[in-house]
Design a protein around this ligand. Structure first.
Ligand code: UDP
Ligand code: MG
Length: 308
């Protein structure tokens, strides 16, 4: 069987959006005149999402679903979709209609011109809190500064990728997924289309600040040694400082022969060193934790049910 496009849609409490999304997506696909499948990955939703998807799948053969046993997170949901996808091209799109399905036509067109990856870059984002926009903007810029590969800024996972890229992604065994980084890392011909990011159609964001923070740490630790290097650098600076203070203390003891009134500064430096060491241990711990999860080799997700 030859399938042109697989569309992967991670779902976490999206009951208000599934119907509209399905309509808009189908319209786009029909207009393109391609063969396609929609892979809905239900990431432990607590609402009626999975019922709506199953209902759609009974009347529409192109609707497929993967139902997780619990919430495993957005990146893992997309990964499960990639693992099961059959299309020559694969689209990753959010379910909340913040990513306009109509853009897929333009992205697919670009792909036909010879690109393996066409990602969608946000010119603006509507209906998101000031803090979310600010943290996202800052994060993408910091990440692009400290990584060796160029991960495009203001770009989510909304994109179309070639089967080749999908197959390589499946061969990357890392468990802490940062797909947009991995895809940049893979290379080939990549380009982008710009778009205005819409407001969420209904429901509310599944990305709490906690999840965003975890995701940011995943992105940084997967693609940058910068945090470790900073700690090492500060380690040297602090050691140098300690050395100077030591020389001064010996000098004032032997030559100036006065009591070193250094209790305060001593306390400060001890605390300072202690603090730096703790940060260092923390960061090393982050990396060790990731190694550990790879060594453990747990399954990345557990599927309760699937019709693929
Ligand atoms: N999502 C998911 N698992 C999660 C959180 C989100 O599968 O734990 C899905 C969600 O249903 C949506 C996409 O990932 O299709 C993006 O999430 P969301 O719109 O909540 O994030 P935001 O756009 O606010 O960054
Ligand atoms: Mg959203």
């Amino acid at each position: 069987m030859n399938m042109d496009i697989s569309v992967i849609i991670p779902i976490y409490n999206e009951e208000e959006n599934i119907g509209h999304l399905y309509k808009r997506l189908s319209a786009v696909m029909e207009k393109l005149g391609v063969s396609y499948e929609f892979i809905f990955v239900n990431d432990g939703s607590r609402d009626k999402s999975i019922h709506l998807i199953k209902e759609l799948s009974t009347t529409h053969a192109e609707v497929k679903y993967i139902d997780f046993s619990r919430n495993f997170g957005h990146q893992i949901a997309v990964t499960a979709g990639l693992d099961k996808s059959a299309g020559q091209a694969v689209v990753i799109i959010d379910a909340d209609l913040q990513d306009p399905p109509e853009l897929i036509a333009e992205m697919y067109q670009k792909m036909k011109e010879g690109y393996e990856v066409v990602y969608a870059q946000r010119k603006s984002r509507k209906g998101e809190s000031f803090l979310k926009k600010l943290t996202a903007k800052a994060f993408y810029r910091i990440l692009s500064k400290i990584t060796s590969i160029s991960i495009p800024v203001d770009t989510g996972d909304f994109r179309i990728i070639d089967r080749k890229i999908v197959d390589i992604l499946k061969d990357m065994p890392e468990k802490n997924k940062y797909l947009r980084g991995q895809i940049s890392w893979i290379g080939f011909n990549q380009t982008y289309v710009e778009y205005e990011r819409d407001e969420r159609h209904g429901g509310e964001t599944g990305y709490t600040y906690r999840k965003m923070f975890r995701f940011a740490i995943d992105g940084i630790t997967a693609f940058s040694d910068f945090p470790m290097k900073v700690v090492t650098f500060f380690g040297f600076i602090v050691s140098l400082f300690a050395f100077i203070v030591t020389v001064f203390a010996i000098f004032s003891w032997l030559v100036l022969k006065n009591v070193v009134p250094g209790w305060t500064s001593l306390m400060i430096s001890i605390l300072f060193i202690g603090g730096i060491q703790m940060i260092a241990i923390g960061i090393i711990g982050e990396y060790l934790g990731r190694m550990n999860s790879n060594v453990r080799d747990r399954p990345l997700y557990i599927i309760r049910d699937s019709n693929i």
